[in-house]
Design a protein around this ligand. Structure first.
Ligand code: BGC
Length: 499
């Protein structure tokens, strides 16, 4: 698809203080050029200007992203391998209704943390009677270890959790425990309770799992732990989020995760999926997991993105994810700061080793720096010093905040365009299904939850693209931890027992 992109809008004015130097953590004197900029800052300014140009997301770029997303969705639905978007069938044809009853577990593996949850469901009247949840962080050596080690780790955490069951949680005598398994990586589902891992993302590099059935791996590990638990639903975190949000709100049609990684799923008509053969869905609908992290068409990329991608464990893959998700925003900013530090004396004459270390600067640091509204950007100075070892003048801090904002703004706006792409695709195939009535997009993930500017940029882009009238019916709503309860609900929906 050819598309002419308008020149980016003028780069935002970058206000520099005239002479203020921040005293903490250490005072440095600022020499001024005849432009009024400190000499050190002036040399870094072209880098910022170029970054802002390369990251710009004016309306035509957003439109292109939304259109290309819709086109890629259709191509991925037509045939496996038809586009960057895998458009994976979830085998979830019916969403929770509220009538679910009984004790159900959920496992959630998707990022640096692994969660286990149990919930007692009480049907329409009582809904969620009680829920308990535990979280364990995944040690680095497990993320880079063997498949057996990873699944033994999961099964053992689950077995310990099951031992603590009591209180309001009741399992009828003749039944096995059932669990939903939220596994947030690209999986080719073969049924609701089986699926083959296509590849790892988000920095996981466990050997021996790609190509294997995830549920079989877990079953074997549970066997080694002597744990009798049936996996009744294997789901992506987006699918679990959609199910969890739909339990409370019938208008939820799309779910998006913006956390360490990113992805989206939505409710699709079975008729609109040419690659779906001999699949019977009583509702005529099914949930499709787009795996939109792999989208790449027309992204505004910079030299920093390209360099980061080149040395990543999956070069050339997950480009949308690498541009908009939490695992990468901090790293992009760090790379920009290294270039600035090399080209100027913005941060003094010495570049600390920590600044040169990949992934030292996290996206939470970026968000925290963007929240600093103090005159001397004290918090920015402290974060830079504590995390990277860099001392900074006020001018340098301002420059850093601009870099953070540029990268976060591009991410949020592109994510918004992706959402509009999905909504437009749904509406074009079936007029009136999402526009002109209340439609909810359920959002979850740490980046969306904890980065207010990112969230605002995302919502602004949706509004710009859809216009005030249509966008007033589109509710972009945080569905906190919906994926845990969602997986348990899908375990209930797909239980082998009558509930
Ligand atoms: C994975 C998706 C997942 C997303 C959000 C991506 O890296 O490929 O399956 O839904 O992260 O956790």
């Amino acid at each position: 698809m050819s598309f002419a992109v308008n020149p980016p809008p003028a780069v935002r004015h970058f206000p520099l203080s005239r002479s203020t130097v921040v005293r903490s953590p250490r005072v440095s004197m600022v020499a001024r050029s005849n432009t009024g900029l400190s000499v050190s800052t002036a040399a870094a300014l072209p880098i910022l200007t170029k970054l802002q140009n390369d990251c710009a997301t004016p309306l035509p770029v957003l439109r292109h992203i939304a259109d290309a997303m819709a086109t890629d969705m259709r191509a991925g639905l037509a045939v496996d391998g038809g586009s960057d978007l895998k458009m994976i069938l979830s085998y979830v044809d019916s969403l929770p209704t509220g009538n679910e009853r009984g004790l159900f577990y959920a496992l959630d593996l998707g990022g640096t943390n692994f969660r286990v949850l149990r919930t007692q469901l009480g049907g329409k009247d009582e809904r969620v009677i009680d829920t308990e949840c535990e979280q364990v962080s995944i040690p680095q050596d497990i993320m880079f270890g063997t498949s057996e080690e990873l699944f033994d780790f999961i099964a053992s955490a689950l077995a310990n959790f099951v031992k603590k069951e009591g209180g309001k949680f009741v399992l009828p005598n003749d039944r096995s425990r059932e669990t939903g398994f939220t596994f947030s990586f690209p999986v080719k589902q073969t049924s609701i309770d089986s699926g083959i891992l296509i590849k790892w993302t988000k920095g996981f590099a466990v050997s021996g799992t790609p190509g294997k059935d995830i549920v079989a791996c877990l079953n074997e590990a549970m066997g080694r732990q002597g744990l009798n638990m049936r996996v009744s639903a294997l789901v992506n975190d987006t699918v679990a989020t959609l199910a969890g949000a739909r339990y409370w709100d019938d208008d939820v049609m799309v779910a998006v995760i913006l956390g360490t990684g990113t992805n989206a799923c939505y409710v699709e008509s079975v008729d609109a999926i040419p690659k779906l053969k001999n699949h019977k869905s009583s509702s005529g609908k099914t949930i499709v997991n787009t795996e939109w992290g792999a989208f790449s068409n027309g992204l505004p990329l910079t030299e920093f993105d390209r360099d980061m991608d080149a040395v990543s464990i999956n070069p050339g893959e997950q480009l949308f994810e690498k541009t908009i998700s939490g695992m990468y925003l901090g790293e992009i900013v760090r790379r920009v700061l290294v270039k600035m530090a090399e080209a100027s004396s913005l941060f003094g004459n010495h570049i600390p080793e920590r600044l040169r270390t990949p992934f030292t600067l996290g996206t939470p640091n970026i968000s925290s720096m963007q929240q600093d509204t103090s005159d001397d950007l004290q918090a920015v100075g402290s974060i830079l010093y504590e995390v990277t070892g860099m001392e900074s003048t006020l001018d340098a801090r301002k420059m850093v905040v601009e870099v953070c904002d540029t990268v976060a703004k591009r991410g949020g706006r592109l994510a918004g365009a992706g959402i509009v792409g999905i909504l437009k695709k749904m509406e074009e195939d079936s007029t009136g299904i999402v526009f002109g009535k209340r439609t909810v997009v359920a959002m979850d993930g740490g980046l969306y939850e904890h980065h207010p500017q990112y969230k605002r940029y995302l919502k602004d882009a949706v509004k710009e693209l859809l216009g005030p009238e249509i966008s007033s019916d589109v509710v972009i709503e945080h569905s906190k931890d919906g994926s845990g309860i969602g997986a348990a609900l899908l375990a209930a929906t797909n239980s082998i027992y009558e509930h």
